[in-house]
Design a protein around this ligand. Structure first.
Ligand SMILES: Nc1nc2c(ncn2[C@@H]2O[C@H](COP(=O)(O)OP(=O)(O)OP(=O)(O)O)[C@@H](O)[C@H]2O)c(=O)[nH]1
Length: 353
């Protein structure tokens, strides 16, 4: 008997991720191996028909495996469904309900719920339920066709139970990993700027607001830097937008390298970066800003622009004040930045009262 996790392929094939089909291939391998074990088990337990049923099952899983390999996913789905449904029915009719072959049918439930399109899922679940109940009811009224001794039946039952248990665990782990990965990806998309990998403006606002609340409680100083690349338009005009993008990404790398783990670094606008420095008064924030300005100036921009370029930046520095909103601190940094630009650029200016 084999797994039904590949039944997760139920329904339309479109939209399935490559990792899903890789899982399906893995499952056909596992299920085929289990069926080889079954072949010997049933020979030993004196049920040759079931033993040969397993040979057919191995052939079906091998077919499904090669179908998946050749991207004939629809064929693979049919083979896997057919194998599980027929194998469960044959096992139960031949040696009885107590064999536990029906457990394998239950593995279709999570697979259908997770993977089938919604309109198919309901029909598939109902059909599965009908099939399951029909087999149960059938066995109330007929005796197993090729019964095996009670001890052997218990062994088969335990074997089936254990295989289904292991496969449920494997499937659950896979689904959990998939959900966690998708969640992480969404989170990253929602919180970071795709070009630089820095925090985006929305998430920065959220984190900075939290920092502001902490500041209001603890009173520990928080520095604010607003940094802007000088004459960035000229970079775009001279070297093209793509090089401009690379410059932005490199500036982001420099910021990451120059700042501490706890500092919040964001792309605030086109070529403007907002940085929040927890536990940092305005003097220390100024030192950080100078260090960043110098690092950007010292950077060998030939690796990006292929010619000698001296990229400069201007920065405005402020710090949080009790009871104010984030916007007020950013505005003061912005005014300081404006003074830096007006005063000739390539400089760090502090907020004024
Ligand atoms: N390559 C690239 N350019 C961008 C991006 N976002 C904004 N820009 C460009 O950044 C430039 C900003 O130009 P300005 O606002 O005039 O500023 P500036 O040229 O840096 O001049 P100053 O700030 O006054 O020193 C514009 O040309 C925008 O097109 C981006 O994501 N990639």
């Amino acid at each position: 008997m084999g797994s039904t996790e590949t039944s997760a392929t139920y329904g339309a094939e479109t939209g399935r991720k490559p990792q899903f089909w890789r899982l399906a291939m893995r499952c056909t391998q596992i299920a085929g191996t289990v069926d080889v074990a079954f072949f010997f088990l049933f020979l030993a337990l004196g049920s040759p028909i079931l033993a040969w049923v397993n040979v057919a099952s191995v052939a079906m899983y091998a077919g499904a495996y090669y179908a998946l390999k050749n991207r004939q996913n629809g064929l693979a789905i049919v083979l896997i469904w057919a194998e599980v449904l027929l194998h469960a029915a044959l096992g139960i009719i031949l040696i009885g309900w107590g064999s536990g072959f029906h457990y394998y049918l239950l593995m279709f439930i999570p697979a259908i719920c997770v993977s089938a399109p919604r309109r198919w899922a309901f029909v598939a679940l109902l059909t599965l339920w009908g099939y399951y109940v029909a087999l149960d009811v059938l066995m109330w009224s007929i005796e197993p066709v090729q019964p095996i001794n009670p001890l052997a039946l218990q062994i088969v039952h335990l074997f089936n139970l254990s295989v289904v248990f292991a496969m449920f665990s494997y499937l659950s782990t896979f689904y959990l990993k998939t959900v966690v990965r998708a969640h992480q990806k969404l989170r990253l998309l929602a919180t970071t700027d795709p070009l630089t990998g820095l925090l985006n403006r929305r998430h920065m606002t959220y984190l900075a607001d939290r920092e502001m609340a902490r500041f209001n409680r603890s009173g520990h100083p928080v520095g604010v830097l607003l940094l802007d690349i000088d004459h960035f338009k000229a970079i775009n005009d001279e070297f093209g937008h793509e090089v401009g993008d690379q410059v932005l990404a490199s500036v982001a790398d420099i910021l990451r390298n120059q700042l501490r783990e706890q500092d919040l670094v964001s792309r605030w606008g086109g070529e403007e970066f907002l940085i929040i420095l927890p536990d940092t008064g305005i003097e220390k924030a100024q030192v950080s800003a100078e260090r960043i300005r110098q690092a950007i100036l010292d950077f060998d921009w030939r690796s990006v622009t292929r010619t000698d370029v001296h990229l400069t930046t201007s920065a405005g520095v402020s710090e949080f004040r009790c009871g104010e909103r984030l916007g007020a601190a950013v505005s003061r940094a912005d005014r300081a930045l404006y003074r830096g630009k007006a005063g000739g650029r390539n400089r760090v200016e502090l907020e004024t009262a």
